[in-house]
Design a protein around this ligand. Structure first.
Ligand SMILES: C[S@@+](CC[C@H](N)C(=O)[O-])C[C@H]1O[C@@H](n2cnc3c(N)ncnc32)[C@H](O)[C@@H]1O
Length: 219
């Protein structure tokens, strides 16, 4: 059985029981685990570079579930079949994730869920994806190897969010786990220390002061 990292395991636990695609599947660990453990019945795994694609195909072929996974050599969701209901995009920058979705926006018509693990830019990702006609139905914050991850699950539909919801995560700020508090308390200290610098440009100072006020109100 494959041992998933804490981050991938969190995504695994949020995956609905439906046909899924893992975009940028790398070694294919996540999709293989999902099928091996009957979380989903079938799936697709995408890579857009030759080396990683070949590595991924090798791993899939070596697994017990190779007949249930279709490897795709393409960029993003450009070759995603209509039967896919869940799109997983993990371990990429926020702007790249949004580009992948927007490049083939029509493909999202048939999709129910998006499972997103972006490297930062969380506020931007939340706003962009809700603008595409999804709302956040699950959110998890976790720490692994001293890095804090925010995993978001979007569902087709609509919800009105405030700027604070986009910034902190609408469900994360409701739950306010100790890790959430830890993350924002650390950021607060960082900002206070930055604001002590005398040669800080006026615009940056204003931005940081605004962020500090937002965090202080939230904590
Ligand atoms: C940092 S790895 C993350 C792997 C895995 N998803 C994870 O979260 O551990 C990013 C992967 O995405 C692939 N990738 C980047 N852009 C892509 C695109 N437009 N379409 C498909 N795969 C892409 C890269 O080749 C790489 O294997």
């Amino acid at each position: 059985m494959i041992h998933l990292s804490k981050r991938l395991n969190t995504i695994y636990n949020l995956t609905p029981n439906d046909i899924a695609i893992d975009v940028g599947a790398d070694h294919g660990q996540l999709i293989i685990s999902l099928i091996e453990n009957n979380v989903i019945e079938r799936g697709y795994a995408v890579e857009n570079k030759k080396g990683p694609y070949e590595r991924m195909v090798k791993a899939i072929n070596a697994s017990k579930v190779k007949d249930k996974i279709t490897p795709i050599f393409a960029s993003g969701i450009s070759k995603m079949p209509k039967e896919v209901k869940t799109v997983i995009i993990a371990g990429m920058g926020g702007p790249l994730i949004i580009k992948i979705l927007k490049d083939d926006i029509d493909k999202l018509n048939h999709v129910d869920h998006l499972l997103i693990d972006s490297h930062g830019a969380f506020s931007f990702v939340r706003k962009e994806i809700t603008d595409l006609g999804f709302y956040i139905d699950k959110e998890e914050i976790l720490k692994e190897d001293d890095i804090i991850y925010e995993i978001m699950r979007f569902k087709k539909g609509h919800c009105d969010y405030s700027d604070d919801d986009y910034f902190f995560g609408p469900l994360l700020r409701k739950e306010k786990t100790s890790l959430f508090i830890q993350k924002w308390a650390k950021r607060k200290e960082e900002i206070i220390s930055l604001l002590r610098k005398e040669n800080l440009p006026e615009m940056r100072r204003n931005e940081l002061s605004e962020e500090l006020e937002r965090i202080e109100k939230e904590l």
